[in-house]
Design a protein around this ligand. Structure first.
Ligand SMILES: Cc1ncc(COP(=O)(O)O)c(C=O)c1O
Length: 458
C-alpha cells in the first residue's frame, strides 16, 4: 500500500475525498478511491430509495431466507449461458422447468420443453415468437400471405405484450375490459379473431387487479370459433403471478396444460416463485409447439445443448435459488406460504371494504392482490392519489392508477401481498389507511390535484 493510501485510510470516513466532496455523477472519476469510501457513497445514496418490504406496488420478491442468500452469494458469478463450464447449473435449470411442467399438469412432461428467462417479459415474448413462427410456417405451407399477423388479448395486459407486438411486428388486438366483463372472458371474442390471429393471451393474475381470466371459458369460445370458421387459435397463458399461485391455492381450477388449446405458459420465478429478481420460466405443453428453428445450439460437455433466449449472458444464481426454494419448501411449503399471503390479502381487503369511502373491485381470492375504488359520490375533496401520497409519508407504497380501456375514467388503488408482508405489518398498514382516510374525510376544502400521477406503470 502506498503512503498516500495509508494516509487516506486514517482520514475519518466522512472527511475523505469523495465523501467530503460531491461524488462524480456522469464522468468516471479521474482517481481511485478506497473501497470503503465507494461503498459508503452508494449506501448513502440508496438510503433515499424506498424500503422494498413496504413496497406494495411490486410483485417481485423482496425477502428470502439466510440460506438462500448463501446460495446466491456462492453462485452469483455463474453465467447461465456457459453450459459447458457449469453443467450442473444447466442440469438444475432443466430440473426446474420439468418440475414446473408437472406442476402445470403437462400430460407427459417428458414431451414438454421449457427454459428459464430473465423474467416474464422475456418468457412471454418467447411464447409470442413461437406463435408467430408456427403461424408463418403453416401459412407459407398453404401458399398464404404472412404479412399481417395479429395477437388477441385483454386491454389490461402487461406492457410486455405491447412490447412484443411492437418489436416483432404483430398487430395487437385489445379486447376492452368493462364493468360487465372485468377480464377477457370469451365474450365477443369472435369479433377479434381471423385467419391472421397467431394466438390469444389469457392472464392468470391481471396486473391491474390480480384477477384470473377464465382460461377454460376462453378455450371454449375458441373451440366454438374453430367449429364455425376453421381457425385453430392457440392460447398462451401469462401466469406471471398466478402460475405459481393457482397450483397451490386453487388446484381444481382448470387453466393450465389440462386444456389442450394451451400451448405455452409463462411465469416469473421472481414473483410468487419466491426468488429474488430476475427469473422467469416458459414451458410448452409439447415440444411440437416450439418451432425448432427458434432454438440455437451451444456447446455443452463437448456436445450440443439447445438454448432459447433473447439475450446471451445472464446470471445462473437465480435458477439455483429456484431449485433451492423447490427443495426447501416442497409443494406443501409453497401452499402454506401462498395461503398465508392470501389470508393477509383477505384480511386487508375485508378491512378496507368496511370503510365508508371505498368499494372493492376484487378481494384477493385469486392471487393475493386486490384493488378498490372510491365510492361514487363519497367526496369531491380528495381522491386515491391523495391517499397514496399520505401513505407514502408513512413509508408505504400503495399505488393509485387509472384502469385501461374501456375504464380509463376509473381510478383504483391496489395492494400486492407478498411473502414477507406479515399479519402484524398488515395490521399496521390497515391502521394507516384508516387514519389517513379519516384525515382526508375531515378536510373542509378540496386538496389540490395538480401534477397528480400514478406511482406504478404497467
Ligand atoms: C401479467 C404480467 N405479465 C408479465 C409481467 C412482466 O413480468 P416481469 O417483470 O417478470 O418481466 C408482469 C409483471 O408484473 C405481469 O403482471
Amino acid at each position: 500500500m502506498s503512503t498516500s493510501q495509508a494516509d487516506d485510510n486514517l482520514i475519518p470516513q466522512f472527511a475523505r475525498r469523495g465523501e467530503a466532496t460531491r461524488a462524480s455523477r456522469h464522468v468516471i472519476p479521474q482517481q481511485e478511491s478506497l473501497p470503503g469510501t465507494a461503498k459508503q457513497i452508494i449506501d448513502d445514496e440508496t438510503m433515499l430509495d424506498g424500503n422494498s418490504r413496504l413496497n406494495l406496488a411490486t410483485f417481485v420478491s423482496t425477502w428470502m431466507d439466510d440460506d438462500a442468500k448463501q446460495v446466491y452469494e456462492a453462485s452469483f458469478d455463474k453465467n447461465m449461458i456457459d453450459k459447458d463450464e457449469y453443467p450442473q447449473t444447466a442440469a438444475i435449470e432443466d430440473n426446474c422447468w420439468r418440475m414446473i411442467a408437472n406442476l402445470w399438469n403437462a400430460p407427459d412432461a417428458s414431451q414438454s420443453i421449457g427454459t428459464s428467462t430473465i423474467g416474464s417479459s422475456e418468457a412471454c415474448m418467447l411464447g409470442g415468437l413461437a406463435f408467430k413462427r408456427r403461424w408463418q410456417q403453416a401459412r407459407r405451407a398453404a401458399g398464404k400471405d404472412t404479412a399481417k399477423p395479429n395477437l388477441v388479448m385483454s386491454s389490461a395486459v402487461q406492457v410486455c405484450w405491447e412490447k412484443f407486438c411492437n418489436y416483432f411486428d404483430v398487430e395487437p388486438r385489445f379486447v376492452p375490459i368493462t364493468e360487465e366483463h372485468k377480464t377477457l372472458d370469451g365474450y365477443d371474442l369472435e369479433k377479434y379473431i381471423d385467419e391472421n390471429t397467431i394466438g390469444v393471451v389469457a392472464i392468470m393474475g391481471v396486473t391491474y387487479t390480480g384477477m384470473y381470466e377464465p382460461v377454460a371459458a376462453i378455450a371454449k369460445a375458441l373451440d366454438d370459433i374453430q367449429a364455425k370458421t376453421g381457425f385453430d387459435v392457440p392460447i398462451h397463458v401469462d401466469g406471471a403471478s398466478g402460475g405459481m399461485i393457482a397450483p397451490f391455492l386453487q388446484p381444481d381450477l382448470v387453466w393450465d396444460f389440462r386444456l389442450e388449446r394451451v400451448h405455452s405458459i409463462s411465469t416469473s420465478g421472481h414473483k410468487y416463485g419466491l426468488v429474488f429478481p430476475g427469473l422467469g420460466w416458459v414451458v410448452w405443453r409439447e415440444s411440437q409447439w416450439l418451432p425448432e428453428d427458434l432454438i440455437f445450439q451451444v456447446s455443452y460437455l463437448g456436445g450440443e445443448m439447445p438454448t432459447l433466449a433473447l439475450n446471451f449472458s445472464r446470471p445462473g444464481a437465480q435458477v439455483l435459488l429456484q431449485y433451492y426454494m423447490f427443495l426447501r419448501l416442497g409443494f406443501e411449503g409453497y401452499r402454506a406460504v401462498q395461503q398465508e399471503s392470501q389470508d393477509v390479502a383477505k384480511f386487508l381487503s375485508a378491512g378496507i371494504a368496511k370503510l365508508d369511502a371505498f368499494e372493492l373491485w376484487n378481494d384477493g381470492s385469486d392471487i393475493p392482490v386486490f384493488a378498490w375504488r372510491l365510492k361514487e359520490g363519497h367526496t369531491s375533496n380528495w381522491n386515491l392519489y391523495h391517499l397514496q401520497d399520505r401513505l407514502r409519508m408513512k413509508g408505504w407504497l400503495v399505488p393509485a392508477y387509472p384502469m385501461p380501456d374501456d375504464l380509463t375514467d376509473l381510478t383504483v388503488q391496489r395492494i400486492v401481498v407478498r411473502n414477507g408482508l406479515s399479519m402484524d405489518l398488515a395490521e399496521e398498514l390497515l391502521e394507516g389507511i384508516e387514519t389517513e382516510t379519516a384525515y382526508l374525510d375531515a378536510l373542509e376544502s378540496p386538496m389540490p390535484v395538480e401534477a397528480q400521477r400514478p406511482a406504478f406503470h404497467h
